[in-house]
Ligand binder design. Structure first.
Ligand code: IVH
Length: 690
């Protein structure tokens, strides 16, 4: 065969294979037999073997590429991946609809109802029609680059369909990766037959599959993808979707599998009925559905009602009631948390609920035990609400034999035997029973685990088992000591392979560069969550400045109230804690905050008008506006020729489109932060320039 002929045949075969894969994996409507498909595929493989120069990354033969990788790079999402507000209550759903109607009083609102796929959220990026990057949600701002794994999933097109005209320069879509119920069952049967442990449920095994380092292994897992959203769409001109229904149609034309049984509603009553109807037929889906997602149909209105710091106001997830089961409560044990709080835990006769086996459930606190009158030996109702933590709902009192015994809360910490204290948690939250010994091994373990956790310092390999061993052996008594661990002593821990010890030490090493807010959150100061950590990161250039802030100074920050200010000031006032900070500095941890913007008053942005659109991840729009204004810039509500720059956050809509049409500079939130920091540091405008 001549080269030119080979090239034409190659193009033809690629298109045939792509079309048939689309029919099979996206539409579930194959038009040819497996045998015929195999013939095309094999011919393509043979041709590429003969003419290797024809192979491109988008060829259907190249889905499973390369050798296992050593780890996943962290990638920052151009547009943050937000989550949704969840509810189980029809009343709250009505409240959500009413709130939206109130915010848009002059509009006649219509809604879509989509099944909520119980999988793992993901983001896919296409550049000039080619699949270039796929990432997990991670913390919403940053996720793992799992492109090589996602390429093995045949419902993810490697090329956008040529039917989509024009092909966008950039298209970033959002969706869910999952396993079908059948695929999951078949895979588990095969694993068991091979003497391998079965997976717990489809969602866990999906998440686990994405974390595999070898794409060949991922290719054997029955993964599929459904796409329901667009984060970024950049194209010269064309018919951008205006509604969710148009958006889903656009995605279908692009070649994606989209949600099934999507319904369109015009009234609250209709919507509630549709949501309820969907709840009746979740069994008919080939994959797990754990609720319905209700979305405002008109995209331009979404932008108008915006989002809270956590979730959009234009969408809500309604979850169908959790599955319940009865089982025996065999014993009650006590868990000691990182703050010393003692939590009772129900040890249960293992029972299958909502696709997992439950053998433990939290009983929250002593009050809850008393309120529900839970006794050892009781038959109880256990609930698993899709979420990870199972709960004991109530006791089946009719099944009592009289042999049941009440549980007596211990007077001493079960870990270190220190007498417990009782304190009122406030706001009617009941009494917290605490171990007041800060050196209690359980508390040390809790603090170290929290420090290593994903939301905090995100240290790979720093799991429960390892931490337990480290504390047991007295190798780490506080977080600073983690950084002094040697490979030999870590690897010498019982059954610890040198490779995983090294992995953990590497994780510690890279955690030295984390931003200040992670550190502040990781220290486990009472009332300081990620949000407060980030706020502090925006107001203080580094940990030293934060450490020396007075309670009044902290209180002066808008988002920080009395209780939090007191808690922070008192934590940093404790000499033991100050010593810990000194040690962390000595081992080389980064203390500075990249979120910090100095309070320079004049000029670098003078004369420039900015427009903010979409939702920002690290600050509210009004915070961003005051920072711009503090540097002399103006913030306007709409885009015009006079606009210097548009800042595009999550789910940016028509303003972004308009800016693109007018050729106005568009910056991401991250770029804005850099710009603000640079502008603030320019000699002409900085406070120190006097
Ligand atoms: S829309 C701004 N649509 O459920 C976030 N989410 O509980 C917009 N999910 O984070 C998300 N099916 O991971 C949307 N049809 C659907 C969905 C869906 C499943 C997931 C998604 C989301 C979570 C919210």
């Amino acid at each position: 065969m001549k080269a030119a002929e080979a090239k034409a045949r190659h193009r033809d075969l690629c298109e045939q294979v792509r079309k048939h894969e689309h029919a099979y994996y996206v539409l579930s409507q194959p038009t040819i037999s497996d045998h015929e498909y195999d013939r095309f595929y094999r011919e393509l493989q043979d041709l590429e073997a003969e003419f290797p120069n024809l192979v491109t990354p988008e060829s259907p033969t190249q889905r499973v590429g390369g050798e296992p990788i050593s780890g996943f790079a962290s990638v920052r999402h151009l547009v943050p991946m937000m989550s949704l507000d969840n509810t189980y209550s029809q009343g709250e759903l009505r409240g959500f609809i009413k709130r939206a109607s109130k915010l848009l009083p002059e509009e006649q609102l219509d809604w879509t109802v989509e099944p909520k796929v119980d999988g793992v959220a993901l983001s896919l990026r296409y550049e000039n029609g080619k699949f270039v990057m796929g990432a997990t949600r991670g913390d919403g701002t940053q996720g793992d680059d799992v492109t090589t794994n996602l390429r093995t999933i045949r419902s993810i097109p490697l090329n956008l369909s040529p039917e989509l005209k024009p092909i966008p320069q950039i298209l970033e879509v959002r969706g869910e990766v999952f396993m079908t119920k059948d695929g999951f069952a078949k895979m588990n049967a095969e694993r068991e037959a091979a003497g391998e442990p079965a997976f717990v449920n489809p969602r866990n095994s999906t998440a686990g599959s994405l974390k595999q380092l070898d794409p060949k292994l991922v290719a054997t897992r029955p993964l599929s993808v459904i796409i329901y959203g667009i984060a970024t769409l950049e194209q010269q001109k064309g018919k951008e979707p205006q509604t969710q229904l148009e958006l889903l149609d656009y995605l279908r034309r692009a070649g994606f599998r989209t949600p099934e049984k999507v319904r369109h509603c015009h009234t609250e009553e209709e919507l509630l009925t549709v949501v309820d109807d969907l709840g009746q037929i979740t069994d008919t889906f080939a994959y797990e559905i754990d609720g319905a997602v209700i979305k405002l149909n008109a995209l331009h209105l979404r932008e108008r009602i915006g989002a809270t710091s956590k979730a959009p106001r234009w969408a809500m997830a309604y979850k169908y009631a959790a599955e319940q089961a009865e089982t025996q409560l065999k014993a009650i044990t006590i868990q000691v948390g990182r703050t010393g709080a003692l939590t009772p835990v129900a040890e249960l006769e293992p029972v299958f609920v909502g696709s997992t086996t439950v053998s433990r459930a939290t009983l929250h606190n002593e009050d809850e035990l008393k309120r529900k009158d839970i006794r050892i030996g009781d038959t109880v109702v256990v609930e698993k609400a899709g979420e990870i933590i199972p709960a004991v709902v109530c006791v089946v009192t009719e099944k009592r034999s009289g042999e049941e015994t009440t549980f007596k809360f211990p007077k001493q910490c079960p870990e270190c035997q220190t007498p417990v204290t009782r304190e009122d948690a406030g706001k009617g939250a009941g009494v917290v029973i605490r171990c007041s010994n800060p050196d209690c091994p359980a508390q040390i373990r809790g603090r170290l685990e929290h420090w290593c956790s994903r939301g905090a310092m995100d240290i790979e390999g720093g799991g429960e088992v390892l931490i337990q061993k480290l504390v047991e052996q007295g190798l780490a008594r506080n977080v600073a000591e983690l950084y002094k661990l040697k490979l030999e002593e870590t690897a010498a821990l019982e059954r610890m392979a040198e490779k995983s010890a090294q992995n953990f030490l590497d994780g510690l090493e890279s955690s030295k560069n984390r931003d200040m807010w992670r550190l502040v959150f990781g220290l486990g100061i009472l009332h300081v969550g990620v949000g407060v950590g980030k706020t502090l990161g925006r107001h203080f250039p580094d940990l030293r400045h934060l450490m020396d802030a007075t309670e009044e100074q902290l209180n002066a920050i808008n988002e920080i109230g009395d209780v939090i200010a007191k808690s922070i000031a008192s934590w940093f006032g404790d000499p033991e804690n100050r010593k810990l900070i000194d040690e962390l500095e000595k081992v080389g941890l980064n203390f500075s905050s990249s979120l910090y913007v100095t309070g320079a008053k004049t000029g670098q942005l003078t004369g420039k008008t900015f427009v903010l659109t979409g939702t920002l991840a690290n600050m509210t729009r009004s915070e961003a506006a005051s920072k711009i204004e503090a540097l002399g810039g103006k913030v306007a509500g709409s885009v015009s020729k006079k606009t210097a720059c548009v800042i595009a956050g999550a789910e940016a809509g028509s303003k972004l489109d308009k800016a693109q049409r007018l050729g106005i500079e568009i910056l991401s939130e991250e770029e804005l932060i850099t710009l603000l920091a640079e502008a603030a540091n320019q000699p002409a405008s900085s406070e120190s320039d006097s």
